[in-house]
Ligand binder design. Sequence first.
Ligand code: PCP
Length: 393
Amino acid sequence: MSKRKKFFIASESDIKKGLVSDVYFSRISEVLKASGVNPFTKGEVRAGSLPKDWTFAVFAGLEEVLHLFEGFPVDIYALEEGEIFHSETPVFRIEGKYLSYAVYETALLGFLCQASGIATMASRCKKAAEGRPVYSFGARRMHPAIAPMIERNAFIGGCDGVAAIESAHLIKEEPVGTMSHSFILCFQNEKEAFKAFHKIMPSKIKRIALIDTFQDEKFGALTAAEAIGPDLYAVRLDTPSSRRGNFLKIIEEVRWELDLRGFNRVKIFISGGLSEKLISELNKHADAYGVGTAISNAPVVDFSFDLVEVDNKPFSKRGKTSGAKQVYRCLKCFRDYILPWGAKKPTCECDSKELEPLLKLWMQKGKLVKELPSPRKIREKVLKNLNRLEIKL
Ligand code: PCP
């Protein structure tokens, strides 16, 4: 058992050693071992339903799961990360002697449930923003130990960038940031703060001025324009809820006052309390968004793990369909067909024969057999698929 911890987190080796496991798994493993029972099994992950009124979700977390099982005598089939799935879609299957992976079910589901929830919420915010940039600003809302995981999945889900340095490092992207209220409060003078930022920050850092600290946003915007001039890239409104009133009207005014004085190129960046619905309401005048809580505290996808074959016989508990499965997606109409593994590829009701098998072999006997795509590649896949999907707001 690990020594007294300063931070209450499990280390990579704790997870790899199977210590992040609900105790009943090690107890039943003990009983199975003592009874000489260790069948060859196939276990499947799927979600019986999706959170809220979500009609689709984005599959994420697979890369960590593959690292968890590296070196184990198991084979793994799964959707590609970034793949769109629906309730009841089998998204992952592990094959091997049950005791070779039994105590890892907790970690396996933990990796997939939270990552897929975050990636899906990021994709919904990105869809609602209708092409405008959406940045992940939510590391501060969660335990810092998981900030890189949160923001990696926010990025692959569609966010255009992430704020925390270690998260950006993980995905090999530049961190994104503006300026904080505390910065301006330290100067006790907005104009001086803006000028100092402009004077000292390297030119590659976009000049995004926070304009709601002391005064009405439209005057804050003009102060920023005066202080930074043509290099002003955007103004950020993080207006406290007590002052928001008709927020779209405030943003419209800022837009008017900037345009009136020739600052048409200056963009308007919004943050604070955002989620899909508010984003869609502010698109008329907003150019970019910083989303924190809504993405980092996204509902998890309630995946469950179930054995579907024991000793190569289809065998599952009540309420779960037995046997290994394949999911065929019609590339023309995006309809899915869930069929027994090995069944003939179907023809779609839309008569298209272009159906893609979604469950791919990623690991054989604990060895990766397929290259892991970069976060940017996975993000491109999500954005491509998002164009085909509707979200109810
Ligand atoms: C917050 C900070 C976060 C934003 C809002 C996320 O502003 O900028 O990135 O908010 P959300 O979780 O509601 O989506 P402040 O708390 O005012 O912090 P700061 O002064 O540092 O911008």
